[in-house]
Design a protein around this ligand. Structure first.
Ligand code: AMP
Length: 283
């Protein structure tokens, strides 16, 4: 097992990648914004188990923050991140710089997302997915990974990246990984670092509401189900941004419960915006 290499320039990255490619080694890539937690670690472990080499990028991408204050407040913890990466036997850590990432030769072609990017997060955070697509495309071009690992906590992001890979025929396999939760059920998120214990307890209403929807999906009509779920929410200290039951392929609202679906929530706990989702199985 080699030492973890920290890569900060495009030339150092190209050198490392070329060496791996010449030896015919597969490369698993996990893009992150740092403030690493067990959710990220589950992606890293999967990548390590399926590839000869693993690369994790850490980049807080300004382009995907529609709110500059949210960008400022986003947790950053490079030293402890590097320790976590070391413990997970990651081969390469890539810390790109804006100037080398967003160059003219790595500009993403126009893609028809067929509305995937305009619903849910797209509606609430204008420009967010444009920023995500730009950074992931540029990272794919630089890194040329064999496989790329994304978390289903960001279900819509997975759908959009899948569409980008498909329409542009990018030579990378997308691996979608299940949402990692705390014992309580709270989905792990870097943003949880901004919550105190009491707020984390209150934020559980998100998971509880998703479970309520899952458990009653086959027994109530969808309007009643959504109304009751929203009531649960109103009794909490969180502010709902959206609650939707959608078709997992198109992300458009489901009208009835005769097919599988996905329940999606975004909510504010104070200034901290949290998202989560849960699959719904039709009987
Ligand atoms: P982020 O650093 O928040 O941009 O996340 C980097 C990657 O980790 C994305 O693909 C996320 O979907 C994924 N991720 C974040 N939280 C979790 C979680 N709780 N479980 C699984 N994957 C996650």
């Amino acid at each position: 097992m080699g030492m973890m290499e920290i890569i900060e320039t495009h030339s150092a990255l190209s050198f490392a990648i070329e060496k791996a490619q010449k030896q015919g080694l597969s490369l698993g890539f996990v893009p992150t914004m740092g403030a690493l937690h067990e959710g990220h670690e589950s992606l890293m472990k999967r990548a390590a188990s399926e590839n000869d080499l693993t690369l994790v990028s850490i980049y807080v991408n300004p382009k995907q923050f529609n709110d500059p204050l949210d960008f400022e407040a986003y947790p950053r913890s490079l030293q402890s991140d590097l320790e976590i990466l070391n413990l997970n036997n990651i081969d390469f850590v890539f810390l790109p710089r804006y100037e080398e990432l967003f160059t003219a030769d790595k500009q993403v072609p126009a893609i028809d997302f067929m509305g995937l990017d305009s619903r849910l997060e797209g509606a609430s955070r204008p420009g967010h997915f444009k920023g995500v697509v730009e950074v992931v495309y540029a990272l794919f071009k630089m890194i040329e990974p064999t496989r790329a690992y994304f978390g289903l906590k960001d279900f819509q992001q997975v759908a959009i990246i899948r569409q980008m890979i498909s329409l542009l025929s990018l030579p990378v396999e997308l691996v979608a990984c299940p949402t990692h939760r705390e014992i309580s059920g709270l989905a792990r998120s870097s943003r949880n670092k901004r919550l105190n214990d009491k707020e984390k307890e209150e934020a559980l209403v998100i998971y509880k509401t998703l479970c309520f929807i899952r458990d009653n999906y086959n027994y109530l009509d969808l309007d009643d189900l959504l109304t009751q779920a929203k009531q649960l929410f109103r009794a909490s200290s969180l502010t709902l941004d959206y609650l939707a039951i959608v078709d997992p392929t198109t992300l458009s609202n489901r009208k009835n419960n005769n097919e599988d679906a996905l329940a999606c929530i975004a909510a504010f706990c104070g200034p901290v915006r949290l998202i989560d989702n849960m699959p719904l199985i039709a009987r």
